[in-house]
Design a protein around this ligand. Structure first.
Ligand SMILES: Nc1ncnc2c1ncn2[C@@H]1O[C@H](COP(=O)(O)OP(=O)(O)OP(=O)(O)O)[C@@H](O)[C@H]1O
Ligand SMILES: [Mg+2]
Length: 253
């Protein structure tokens, strides 16, 4: 982070106090929230926006993030790089034009018992086939460094995750179930506040566990249960919107 243009040691200290320790974590902050959290009269929303902008430039230079304005052929190249996780069902894959897209958010909606959680379990096994499990990464000098093998974070708000079901699906796909289960980081969540905090702090967990896929099953159930009645609808939608906006920014990088 010291390499970010115009960053002062004072700002660095304040960011570290907020547990923001990397360029990646800083780049996905929202300027208004960061200014509020830093709580310093000399660090307003404009300063936060400038700092985040400079940080994003570093990621653009390193080709981790797309340029602010991209040409059509850049977009086509990016689009061609998108892979798809096959669901294992040819009909469902055809419906999704080949499977679930990487670098994006997919929302699954359906009636109770229609199979949304089952799709999440299947996705765990399907996604691993596109991930590296050697944990090797090229660093700035082009040398390899050891990282955790690529992984999945499964955020469970309804206590429906079943490791034995993933095991069963993996076996059926002739994959190594033990390897897959070792690379799924599961977390039970019991309140809307806990979910919002977890999503806020997700960049740290994504870096720590070298995560390539985040599954939230379900994103709406806690908010739906806690915000009942028409009077609370506006606040509920605003809070859901904030979480989705954060997830969209994470998927971008
Ligand atoms: N081990 C299993 N093997 C095969 N099918 C299963 C298994 N477990 C559940 N199912 C099927 O999946 C259906 C339930 O799907 P799932 O729990 O994914 O629904 P859902 O859309 O997540 O529901 P909700 O909205 O209540 O969360 C059941 O009706 C059952 O037929
Ligand atoms: Mg479910």
């Amino acid at each position: 982070m010291e390499k970010i243009p115009d960053i002062t040691s004072d700002t660095l200290d304040k960011l570290r106090k907020l547990d923001i320790n990397s360029v990646y974590q800083l780049a996905i902050q929202s300027p208004s929230e960061l200014a509020l959290e830093i709580n310093d009269v000399y660090f307003d929303v404009e300063s936060a926006a400038r700092l985040i902008g400079n940080t994003r430039k570093i990621l653009i230079e390193n080709k981790i993030l797309s340029k602010e304005f991209s040409t059509g052929d850049d977009l086509l190249e990016k689009r061609n790089k998108i892979s798809r996780y096959s669901t294992g069902s040819s009909h469902f894959d055809a419906f999704l034009n080949g499977g679930f897209e990487t670098q994006s958010i997919t929302e699954i909606a359906g009636e109770f018992g229609s199979g949304k959680s089952q799709i999440c379990h299947t996705l765990c096994a399907a996604a691993i086939t596109l991930m590296k499990n050697d944990g090797l990464d090229a660093n700035d000098n082009g040398c390899s460094t050891q990282r955790a093998p690529e992984s999945i974070i499964f955020i469970d708000t309804e206590n429906t995750f079943r490791a034995d079901r993933v095991y069963q699906i993996a076996e059926q796909k002739n994959l190594d179930p033990k390897d897959i289960l070792k690379r799924i980081y599961h977390c039970n969540v019991y309140s809307s506040e806990q979910l919002e905090l977890l999503i806020n702090d997700l960049p740290k967990s994504i870096e720590q566990y070298n995560t390539r896929l985040v599954i939230v099953d379900s994103i709406i159930s806690l908010h739906r249960a806690e915000f009942s009645g028409r009077g609370t609808l506006a606040e509920r939608q605003q809070r859901l919107g904030k979480m989705l906006n954060k997830l969209r920014r994470y998927a971008d990088i």
